[in-house]
Ligand binder design. Structure first.
Ligand code: C2E
Ligand code: CA
Ligand code: CA
Ligand code: CA
Length: 275
């Protein structure tokens, strides 16, 4: 970095400072975001590759900032995690997702992301139980998505809580599969019902034989465990075809729909919910 000269070094310094200032502004505002109703859940469909039907929708957080407009989760979730605000925000997401899913057809599940920073700070089992009861939906309609990173930092109560949720009938999904560490040992230890194959693999399957080989191996691994696979970030029909041919059960991505404020399902009786 030194070789690139003093001017350049200053430039990066200023950029860093600007980023830090931006972060501080967002951090201050995030404290009030929940109270001011600025947070919202968008929903992205997950389709069954065999039938084309929508099997679930993933809830994805959005922040409608009064000045900055729509702030993406990659910008504010890390701040929420560092400040502990992820706890009330995460609880709100579980409650809101269950409540909104209550108006969907019974065969459409809702998937919610769980952050490592949420775990151990709240009684996750009670939060979920209350959210399901208040919404009046069956536990089997809720899927909780966790990433491998969860297991690096989390408290020993985590495995017990996740097992408890499974025993209640809530479904566990292993998200961003293949991007972290020790995924296989967690697959062995916890009763996951689904593996979500990270977009970084799916993106390459039509051109890169190695990406396809890894994706295929994950699909076969899931099949051997008797669980389902969702390919993330499916953008082309060539990817869709290849995944279906190789036995992938579900897919999610811009090809089927971007995250939107409401899940879009044709009315029942209209041959419904087929993509
Ligand atoms: P994720 O859980 O892996 O969610 C999938 C992300 O991929 C979403 O980004 C989605 O918009 C994007 N995506 C879906 N299909 C495509 C595609 O075909 N092409 C491309 N390029 N992207 C696609 P989003 O909504 O920006 O969320 C980013 C991340 O923020 C999520 O990654 C998740 O880790 C986190 N996140 C979102 N909502 C929550 C939440 O309620 N709680 C927690 N803890 N994390 C959340
Ligand atoms: Ca996810
Ligand atoms: Ca993911
Ligand atoms: Ca991701």
């Amino acid at each position: 970095a030194k070789a690139s000269g003093k001017g350049q070094f200053c430039f990066f310094d200023e950029k860093l400072a600007a980023k830090e200032a931006d972060r501080r502004v967002l951090q201050a505002d995030l404290r009030d975001a929940l109270e001011r109703n600025e947070l919202q859940l968008f929903y992205q469909p997950e389709i069954d590759l065999a039938t084309g039907r929508v099997r679930a929708a993933e809830a994805l957080l959005r922040w409608m900032h009064p000045e900055h407009g729509l702030v993406a989760p990659d910008r504010f979730i890390p701040i929420a995690e560092e400040t502990g605000l992820i706890v009330p925000i995460g609880n709100w997401a579980i409650e809101t997702a269950c409540r909104e899913a209550a108006s969907w057809p019974d065969d459409v599940m809702v998937a919610v992301n769980l952050s490592a920073a949420q775990v151990g700070k709240v009684d996750l089992v009670s939060i979920v139980q209350n959210a399901l009861a208040d919404a009046g939906i069956a536990p089997s309609r809720l899927e909780i998505e966790v990433t491998e990173s969860l297991f690096l930092t989390a408290d020993p109560a985590l495995l017990r809580d996740l097992e408890h949720l499974d025993a209640m009938g809530v479904r566990l999904a292993l998200d961003d599969f293949g991007t972290g560490y020790s995924s296989l040992s967690y697959l062995q230890r916890l009763p996951f019902k689904r593996i979500k194959i990270d977009r970084s693999f799916v993106a390459g399957i039509t051109e890169d034989p190695r990406a396809m080989a890894i994706t295929k191996a994950v699909i076969d691994l899931a099949a051997a465990l008797g669980i389902e696979t969702t390919a993330e970030g499916v953008e082309t029909s060539a990817q869709r075809r290849l995944l279906a041919e190789h036995g992938c059960t579900h897919a999610q991505g811009f090809l089927f729909g971007k995250p939107r404020p409401r899940i879009e399902l044709p009315a029942a009786g209209e041959g419904a919910n087929v993509v």
